[in-house]
Design a binder for this molecule. Structure first.
Ligand code: CDP
Length: 219
């Protein structure tokens, strides 16, 4: 089968990355988690106490950070300046600030430039907020995944529990993802929107396998 480019966008915790990873494995495609890149930059800024509200300083800082993705035993890890930050970028403090950082024009320009370097002729799956609209508008298949805020919060809560993290309730997580969705959808620079030619999938009532099968049927 001809290898194509697949763009998956949608709000926080809609299941994009889990589905994208499984699809990439099934199809033997490269998977790029663009949200992880914004998270890496946010973590780096927090660790170095850079003033997050200073857009100029933040934009200068992120240009000096190096992000790499490595795959080992079918598991993808992300390295920030050589350090494995796969778990650290999922911490609540990162989730809390990532939407501010990703609203900055020059931050987006730099990361989109890096993301585009991964696009080959085909055989790539990227997930994020602006993949079908800005990063890879030429993608042959575009999916826009949605789910109710409560369902998304429950899924994120389960992920926390699996890591032994009981610090946030489902309600708190729901408030946080709704706030993030609001910032992501209303920002000036490439806001979260469904591309005109994207197929919308509501995953509220579907499990991961069902979503993967649905997308496979569009291929
Ligand atoms: O996994 P989750 O749904 O929590 O989000 P993520 O994909 O890890 O993305 C984290 C944040 O990065 C989002 O809330 C956006 O603010 C930002 N982001 C973005 O602006 N553009 C992308 N292409 C990907 C993520």
């Amino acid at each position: 089968m001809k290898k194509i480019r697949i763009a998956i966008d949608g709000p926080a915790s809609s299941g994009k990355s889990t589905v994208a990873k499984q699809l990439a494995q099934k199809l033997q495609y490269v998977y790029l988690d663009t949200g992880a890149m914004y998270r890496c930059m946010t973590l780096s800024l927090l660790e170095h106490h850079v003033d997050l509200t200073d857009e100029t300083l933040v934009s200068e800082w992120i240009k000096k950070q190096k992000i790499e993705f490595i795959t080992h035993d079918n598991q993808q890890s992300v390295l920030l300046n050589g350090e494995n930050v796969t778990l650290a970028i999922r911490e609540a403090r990162v989730s809390k600030h990532v939407s501010l950082i990703s609203s900055y024009k020059h931050v987006r320009e730099e990361l989109v430039r890096q993301q585009r370097a991964y696009i080959q002729q085909g055989g790539i799956i990227m997930d994020g907020r602006d993949i079908g609209t800005v990063v890879m508008p030429e993608a042959e298949l575009k999916i826009f995944m949605v789910a109710s805020a409560y369902e998304r919060a429950k899924r994120r809560y389960q992920e926390h529990v699996q890591r032994g993290d009981y610090t946030q309730s489902v309600e708190e997580i729901q408030r946080q993802i709704e706030k993030r969705d609001y910032i992501d959808s209303t920002r000036l620079e490439s806001p979260l929107t469904k591309a005109n030619d994207a197929i919308e999938i509501d995953t509220t009532e579907l499990n991961i396998n069902q979503v993967v099968e649905k997308i496979m049927s569009y291929l």
